[in-house]
Structure formats: C-alpha cells, structure tokens
Design a protein around this ligand. Sequence first.
Ligand SMILES: *Cc1c(COP(=O)(O)O)cnc(C)c1O
Length: 434
Amino acid sequence: MGDGSVDPRRRVPRTDTLLADPQLVAATATLGREQVKAVVTRAQERARRGEINPDEVRDAAVAALPTPGPRVVLNATGVVLHTNLGRAPLSPAAVAAVVAAAGHTDVELDLVTGRRARRGRGALDALAAAVPDAGAVHVVNNGAAALVLAATVLAAGREIVVSRGELVEIGDGFRLPDLLESTGARLREVGTTNRTTLADYAAALGPQTGFVLKVHPSNFRVTGFTSATGVRQLATLGVPVVADIGSGLLSADPLLPDEPDAASTLRAGATLVTASGDKLLGGPQAGLLLGDAELVDRLRRHPLARALRVDKLTLAALAATLHQPDTPTRSALHADPGALHRRVERLRDRLGADGRKAEVVPAVAVVGGGGAPGVELDSWALSLPERYAASLRTGDQPVLGRVVRGRLLLDLRCVPADADDAVLAAVLRVPGDD
Ligand SMILES: *Cc1c(COP(=O)(O)O)cnc(C)c1O
C-alpha cells in the first residue's frame, strides 16, 4: 500500500479513464453509469486518503462492484405486492429457514428410519394444518403451475367451463385462457363479461366437461350491472369445481372483505383451490393446491408434477411462513397510519435539519396486482421534487417511490421501520439544490 514517496493526488486515474475500462464499461450495462461512477469515485477517494495506491484504483473499483443478480430495493411505492419488486418480501423467520436449508437437508429423507420420505413434508404438513378444510395439499412452482397441473389432470382433451368475465390477464401479457389451452384443454366460455348465471354453466355441461373453473379477478373490478355465480352454487352442478383464488389468503381477513380465502372456498364446496405463495400469504413464490384428497393425489402423481416441483429453499421458506404468519406483507397491510405519519414527519424533520425541503402528504397505498383490487389503505408519504426519482432509483441503495403530479412520493407503508435511516441516507446522497 501507499509508500508515501509520491503525491497520490496527482496520480489518481481520472474518472473518464476509469469509466473506459472494459470491465467497468460492462458493469455499466447492468448497474447503470451513475452506480458505476459512484463506485469509481469511492475508489479514487480511497487513493486520495492514502488507503490504496493510485495504480490500485481500477482494481479496487472492480472489486467494489456489487455482485451481479437482483439488487435490494426499498419499496416506497405504497404498493404492498409489487410484481416488479418480487412481490412478497420474506419474513426474518423465512429468511433464516432459507439460509439453513442452503446446505444439505432432510428435504426428502426420514432421519429416523433412514429411508426416503415425502419431499417437503414439513411445508406440506404446515399448509394442511393451516387449512384443515383441505383433504390434502400439494405445492408447485407458482400459481400458474398449479392451474396447469389441475387443467392437465382434469381436462386435457376435454373442456373447462369458465365465465367470460373471468378470462383474465394477470400482467405482462400473461393470460389465463392461453395458459389453460396450452395444456390441451378447450375453454367453454359461458355468460357475458358482466353477468354469468348458474343456468349458463349448467347449459354448458356435458360428457366433455373436465371441470368448472372459478377465477378470482385479482387485479380489476367490474362494477355496475353485474352478477357472478359463487362457488357454493357451482358446487351443486355435480362436476369438479376448481377455484383459482389467486392471492393465497388461507383464512378470511376482515381488512379485505372481498378477497376469497382458501378455507371459506373449500367449505363452500370447491373441489380444488389454487393460489400463489408470494401474494397475501407473504411467502415465497409457490403455487398452492388444496382440496379433495383423491384429486390432490392424482395431481401429485402426474408426470408433469415433477417438472413443476419446488426446490428445497422454497419449501423451507414456505414452512417458516406458515409457522410464523406475521409476515412483512401482513405488517404492511395492517400498518397504523398514525405510526406511518410519525415516521414520515421524522424523516422530513431530519431532512430539514440538513437544509432539504420535503413535505409530509397523505397518500393512498394499495395491495397491488397480488389481490384486493379497489382496496385503498390510508397512508403517508414524504413528498420531494420529481428529480429525486431517478437518482433514488439508481443510487447505491435503490429506493423506488411513485411520481404523482410532478412530485416524488415516498410512502413508508412497505418500508420496514428499521430502514428509515437507509431512506434518509439515500435521499441525502442525492445532490441537493432545491
Ligand atoms: C397471481 C394470479 C395467478 C398467477 O399466479 P403466479 O403465482 O403469479 O403464477 C393466477 N390466477 C390469479 C387469480 C392470480 O391472482
């Protein structure tokens, strides 16, 4: 390290020279120029402080580049389940379980007998215990996989009877009808966009019917002259009823009265319920299948099930989430607006002490694509000039807010309280001249 014989200030490589280095240019493609420049600046500063030699600056910058892969983002959007941010964040218990499961585990072994055991039985037992109305349960890779498996086993080469009002697009061009037809099943659409009666379903049934599908429209609402037929009525038709509830709520939540839950849907007579693990359940990406024991056994034994099976990390996270359902998703949903207000005020005051003008404004948070369309959660946000948006997104600790009418709103509802300091530091790193 620095031998003190030269004035390091004169020999520290220039920023544009460093940014032309092939490895740093390559990093710019994934991290963005601003992020790479910040890394370079820090390496230059280390040289100026004499911590490293000027000719080590390039290597120090390369070594300090963040590892490739997803970056940690603070979700200040006020969208609890943001698909672009990976939906539900795992609870500390689930994270610990994932870390523990990263090595060798007994995922498919009974340590008492020394024999092979049912894969992921801890998670499956926890799911069964959480929903006693289910005769049996199974877990696959995601909600879409759960539907594909059900459609393949019950309706390949046959018909799925479904309301025209429930042929939904989940997002990013993912359309449920296309997914279902990819299994070789035919869709038998009944009713209209806004109204479908039990008689519509009944008239469509025949020898070709594989099952009746009930899909919860989890990301939109149809209001006005509408009528839908519930699972309880569909269960009287004498064919299997598969209910895709989407959100993964296992039992009813008074905060979300219109959101179907697995237990109630099974009690209403659904043969099978499918749902996602990383929406309102607040767990890892997974597809849950709950219902009739004989049917779940057929699903589990179908060759396709092997292609859809979840890895040990998912099983570990799911088991922990089910044992300890106090997830960050739940905390964000049930956060007290008064407490959020105090946190935002505190941030505003601390920014004010640094000469930054920010305002405290009321905000409306939402559940997001993961469920409960139309539910509005009273929240509070820090309001900053819009120009902060890009800098906060691309800074050392990315913070994602929401731009509304020329202002950047940072809603703290989905930011863990212990991350307020990180939000503050990120805002202070944005050059301030407002
Ligand atoms: C989210 C959702 C899906 C897809 O689930 P993934 O876990 O994203 O595959 C399917 N159906 C409904 C109703 C949903 O809300």
